[in-house]
Design a binder for this molecule. Structure first.
Ligand SMILES: Nc1ncnc2c1ncn2[C@@H]1O[C@H](COP(=O)(O)OP(=O)(O)OP(=O)(O)O)[C@@H](O)[C@H]1O
Length: 241
């Protein structure tokens, strides 16, 4: 499924932010149309990086640029991004069809025939054809994440932000969902930022890596280069874990 706009390069330009007693300094580029993994120890600031790109956090200073355009102060709902979290992506009282349809039409107005078709084809694409009327609680964790994927497909946004989307799944399912992400990414070519704790997932999916520690970006590099950074103890520890 193609996306509306070209996938943007995203730049965090000398971003400073203080949350409670934690200070962040982020200065890095996220390449367009690639899957970038954001890795690092717990508390390093990975979710904060995602929140800055999504607009849920606003820098104290510095800028957030999409293809050079300054979106630092733009509201999250106006940014060209879709989000998938580890849990709680779905509304429990709405069926699968409606949960996906919200991606096109957040106000739940009646869909056009073309929009209904787009929802059904997105559900087919993620392997959930025929499950339209099911409620989220009747689905497995992997199926629920597939519904969240289908919603991002109908939204057609050029940036996909994912915060440990497979962490709650067992290892086999995690691998098959990673396969699905990889297939969908080949089709959409969106700019994906994937927060992950899982070095195998990073190796399997990412072409670029941002490695964070204590609120700063320690490495921003192509995956092959990142995997060779045996000079950085925190990276060695991550790769050995
Ligand atoms: N709103 C906030 N107020 C105060 N402190 C915060 C806030 N948000 C994040 N922090 C702190 O900033 C640090 C980084 O948090 P963040 O969630 O970005 O890390 P993370 O790398 O995603 O961690 P994890 O892997 O454990 O999810 C943590 O120490 C956290 O307690």
């Amino acid at each position: 499924m193609p996306i509306d706009d070209d996938a943007p390069e995203i730049r965090l330009d000398r971003v400073d932010l203080t949350l409670g007693s934690t200070r962040f300094h982020l200065d890095c580029d996220i390449p367009p149309g690639a899957i970038t993994a954001v890795a690092g120890p717990s508390g390093a600031g990975k979710s904060t990086l995602l929140n800055l790109v999504a607009g849920f956090e606003v820098p104290d200073s510095g800028r957030v640029l999409f293809n050079g355009q300054d979106l630092t102060l733009q509201h999250p709902s106006e940014r060209p991004v879709s989000l998938i979290f580890q849990n709680n992506n779905l509304f429990g009282h709405l069926d699968v069809f409606t949960n996906v349809a919200l991606g096109i039409n957040p106000s739940l107005r009646r869909l056009t025939v073309g929009e209904r078709q787009a929802v059904l084809s997105a559900l087919d694409r993620v392997g959930l054809g025929g499950m339209e009327r099911r409620l989220p609680r009747t689905l497995s964790g992997g199926e629920q994440q597939r519904v969240a994927f289908a919603r991002t497909l109908v939204r057609q946004k050029p940036v996909l932000l994912m915060d440990e989307p497979f962490a709650a799944l067992d290892p086999g399912l995690r691998q098959s969902m990673a396969g699905l992400l990889s297939e969908l990414h080949r089709e959409t070519k969106s700019t994906v930022i994937l927060v992950t704790h899982d070095r195998d997932e990073l190796r399997r999916l990412a072409t670029h890596v941002i490695f964070m520690n204590e609120g700063i970006v320690l490495v921003s590099a192509p995956v092959e280069e990142f995997l060779r950074r045996s000079d950085i103890p925190a990276v060695v520890q991550f790769l050995a874990s």
